[in-house]
Design a protein around this ligand. Structure first.
Ligand SMILES: [Zn+2]
Length: 323
């Protein structure tokens, strides 16, 4: 394929894909929420908020057929968070294992022998699952042909390119869908497809950014907290619950903090992220907690199971995970 054919194309956002007015699900009014200039892509993006479901939509957004060219080569540090074996990596690994254990407990601690990490990125959560569920077989799935370096030659762990994954029908006891749903064109369709890959009694754990958070409120433009052009959506509680319900999933949804002060500091100073920024971020974490107390945490997490066949849905519960 030629270099020209690998260019990302952008299309205007005119409707909200999360609900259907013809089924009585509100209207398609999109209101301007913010505008952000993205220097790397030399584009200005509008953030539109759906008046019916509350989701925030990026306008314009990468076309479905050219989206993968945004990710090939794992060039985006913010999306791939490479593992370099530093002290911070060990700390992030500990938090990843803690999050997996917490979600597993919230989901009722089902037996886990097969795990899917869909949109595995650097593989941090694939490795965390392998360590938490020691005897399990882990499939890590992403766009790239080659696995990330850390996932090579790990016993019991298999890397699959996305097309290969679609060609299989293997079922999983535990599916991780972390920082993925906001990147795909059809969040409800993605959730439906993954729910079909859940084994009986299996659970899905997902995380998405929250539009109603301190990070986006204070740093939406200056730090590209909207995640343009990568994030096609930024959810709120209502739109995430709607998506899960439409996908036939029962869910427990909760807000969760993510240490971001070091990232904000590096971006504000226009410097590459380093250990010094991360250490300063640790010292500034109390400031982040104060801002979150006013405006909300950055991550919405959900522990999901297939909805009961009689149509009943568990009442969603809101709990706050300590950070
Ligand atoms: Zn909507």
């Amino acid at each position: 394929m030629t270099a020209a054919a690998k260019r990302v194309e952008y299309v205007p956002r005119c409707t909200c894909p999360l609900h259907d007015p013809s089924r009585g699900q509100g209207n398609q009014t999109l209101r301007l929420w913010d505008t952000i200039r993205d220097a790397p892509s030399l584009r200005t993006f509008r953030i539109l908020r759906c008046a019916t479901c509350g989701v925030a939509l990026t306008d314009p957004y990468p076309s479905e057929s050219t989206l993968k060219w945004l990710y090939v080569g794992r060039q985006s540090v913010s999306n791939f968070d490479p593992i370099a074996g530093t002290i911070m990596d060990r700390l992030k690994g500990w938090f990843a294992r803690r999050d997996i254990r917490y979600a597993h407990a919230v989901g009722g601690s089902p037996s886990v022998t097969t795990v899917l990490d869909y949109g595995a990125g650097s593989g941090r959560f694939s490795l965390a699952c392998k360590q938490v569920f020691r005897a399990c077989a882990v499939d890590a799935v992403d766009f790239d042909e080659e696995p990330p370096p850390e996932l090579r030659d790990v016993p019991g762990l298999r890397y699959l390119q996305h097309e290969a994954f679609l060609g299989e029908s293997r079922q999983y006891d535990f599916i991780v869908l972390r920082a993925v749903l906001e990147h795909v064109h059809d969040p409800i369709g993605t959730l439906r497809a993954l729910s079909q890959r859940l084994s009986p009694g299996g659970m899905l754990y997902l995380e998405v950014p929250c539009i109603d958070s301190a990070y986006i409120h204070y740093f939406g433009r200056s730090c590209n907290a909207y995640g343009v052009p990568y994030h096609l959506f930024n959810f709120d509680f209502g739109s995430l619950r709607l998506s899960l319900r439409e996908a036939g999933l029962s869910a427990k949804v909760f807000a969760k903090g993510l240490p971001l002060a070091g990232c904000v500091l590096a971006t504000t100073l226009r410097q590459e992220r380093s250990l010094a920024h991360q250490m300063a971020g640790v010292l500034l974490h109390p400031v982040q907690l104060c801002l979150e107390a006013r405006r909300g945490k950055y991550i919405l997490a959900a522990v999901c199971t297939k909805r009961h066949s009689d149509g009943l849905i568990d009442e969603p519960v809101c709990v706050t995970m300590a950070t």
